[in-house]
Design a protein around this ligand. Sequence first.
Ligand code: CNA
Length: 352
Amino acid sequence: MEEALQPLVERLKKGNVKISLMTGAGISTGAGIPDFRSPKTGLYHNLARLNLPHPEAVFEINYFRENPHAFYTLADELYPGRFLPTKFHFLIRLLQDKKLLRRVYTQNIDALERLSGVLDDYIVEAHGSFARNHCIDCHKPMSIADLRKDMKDKSLKGIPTCRHCKGYVKPDIVFFGESLPRRFFDLWEEEIEEYDVAIVAGTSLTVFPFAMLPSEVSKDCLRVLINKDKCGTFETDPRDSDVVIQDECDKVAELLVDLLGWRDEFDQLVEEATKKHKENRLGLGLDETQALSEKLAKEIEQDIQTNTEPRDEENDISDIVEEINELVISSESKPSKDSESNHDSEPEITDE
Ligand code: CNA
């Protein structure tokens, strides 16, 4: 593995490189969050208890309209605050501190990049996050505090309900059949040719359009895949310069830290962050864990408010309506970049 990583190590040691990361659920399995598709341990394998017609239904907007319980059962388990970032997340943080990081495109909704200290500006949450919530009918926003309150409200059966129209409220996680945030496409368009290194990690590259990102980087960009399985464009359209490491993300992160001579800083970063999180957590019962989860979610919300332009409610709604008319995740057809602008097509997630 050490030898295979050399081209990456050399580029990083040279400095002055723009690195992008394109990540998925596999970078968070080390934190205890199951991915979707790993046999036996993946979420899809373990959803039988929710009585779904098919596993993907838990993230389908039409199913949610009829039966939001399945999603909220899962949301309660995955809600940010219960899990600590992994070694791989701390590697991303260190790349930021070393001024080598340009962008992290993540498909994850666990907010672990933020919890490791990566700043909002660098993060592109391509499939949304728990940081904002909207009514699926009137699109009015709901605060995290109200959402968490409703999730515990037995009279509502734990389903957050719009204060204005009584419609169901959903975190702004992109479901199959919904559009991706505009920021994802804007940055793709503006920057994709600029990256010197693209590290693709912990993703099966099966959800489109995200899965297209690694094939869109320039010919001079060094593409690195860190994943248990070889996948996507690394399999179908490989480049001579590709670096493919089929191993655990955390193990590769540790090795890279050593090869780059960053061990002391890395250990200090991990130790401090883990201590901080554990101090908050040790000896806590379920209620306290939930309180902590709410506190962290609030911090994330405040973080977002201070790191991004203030958005007024009116604009929020029109943004969303506009986004609904824009691009969408889909699972049956791989959209070409041309089809990206086909706003008339039926929205769908691509999940092969
Ligand atoms: P996926 O389809 O489940 O693929 C995960 C990939 O990571 C697979 O190829 C695994 O072999 C690989 N993998 C798993 N663990 C490791 C590991 N420790 N080291 C290296 N490789 C590993 O997940 P994708 O992210 O590709 O699919 C996109 C979906 C998953 C997005 O829409 C996410 O919202 C969704 N998801 C997110 C989370 C999360 O936020 N943590 C969890 C589960 C699913």
